[in-house]
Write a protein that binds this ligand. Structure first.
Ligand SMILES: C[S@@+](CC[C@H](N)C(=O)[O-])C[C@H]1O[C@@H](n2cnc3c(N)ncnc32)[C@H](O)[C@@H]1O
Ligand SMILES: Nc1nc2[nH]cc(C(=O)O)c2c(=O)[nH]1
Ligand code: SF4
Ligand SMILES: [Mg+2]
Length: 209
């Protein structure tokens, strides 16, 4: 990466964009609603089951001007989801400022492993054992979405839920490849712990992005 590229990245004028697309939010509290997704490249959290490993290396994704991405997004939909990769690896100030000027509501999907930046209206925190969230993000989360790969993840989910605010919604989502084995466990858990809700990756059943 050149020094010039490092400077524009640090300022948040340009960001590595893996893909951007208009679809239906498939997961969590806003399941079923239209949203424009901006997927930023770069993540070092290393979930072995990650469903977008192609996002991890930021150098594989072109740097895009944030005003241009924001304008494209807002021309499709006023709900924009920032995801990745790990979107909080980057300075989101200028991207989110432009999205707000354009009248957008901004959601983010994050592991919380990096500090918050930018204007964010809805924070979905999906904590990972391999890169735990920064302490300050728990109180800002609107939704906690824990991925369940094995039984121990239910224990992890309870530990993580103890750190979020009282109004934070709590979701358990099976790791996709283990869904037939894990949703029965999630069901039993929710019946015993009704503050939790089930989240399913509905876009994968609908065959949409
Ligand atoms: C690809 S991640 C990108 C955002 C951020 N790095 C994070 O992990 O929250 C988007 C969402 O997909 C979830 N996810 C990733 N791989 C998954 C899988 N194999 N099964 C179920 N959910 C998965 C993540 O936990 C997160 O909630
Ligand atoms: N439809 C759809 N909904 C999603 N919700 C969170 C996603 C993500 O990868 O962050 C995602 C995604 O990739 N597609
Ligand atoms: S934190 Fe998110 S993008 Fe990074 S490896 Fe885990 S699921 Fe994938
Ligand atoms: Mg996804």
């Amino acid at each position: 990466m050149t020094t010039d590229q490092e400077i524009v990245l640090k300022e948040g004028k340009m960001l590595p964009v893996m893909e951007h697309f208009y679809t239906i939010q498939g997961e969590g509290a806003h399941t079923g609603t239209a949203a424009y997704f901006i997927r930023l490249g770069g993540c070092d959290v290393g979930c072995h089951w990650c469903d977008v490993k192609e996002s991890w290396d930021p150098t594989l994704h072109p740097l895009m001007d944030v005003n241009q991405v924001a304008e494209t997004a807002a021309s499709h939909c006023k709900t924009v989801v920032l995801t990745g990769g790990e979107p909080l690896m980057w300075n989101l100030e200028l991207l989110t400022l432009r999205l707000k000027e354009l009248g957008c509501t901004i959601h983010i999907e994050t592991s919380g492993a990096y500090s918050r930046s930018g204007i964010l209206d809805w924070i979905t925190l999906s904590p990972k054992k391999t890169g735990l969230p920064q302490a300050e993000i728990y109180g800002m989360a609107h939704e906690l979405k824990v991925i369940v790969f094995n039984r121990h993840d239910l224990k992890f989910a309870e530990e993580q839920a103890a750190k979020v605010g009282p109004n934070c919604k709590l979701y358990l989502q099976s790791e996709w490849s283990k869904r037939d084995e894990i949703y029965p466990l999630i069901t039993d858990f929710i019946l015993q712990n009704p503050r939790w809700q089930a989240s399913v990756q509905t876009h994968k059943y609908l065959n949409i992005p």
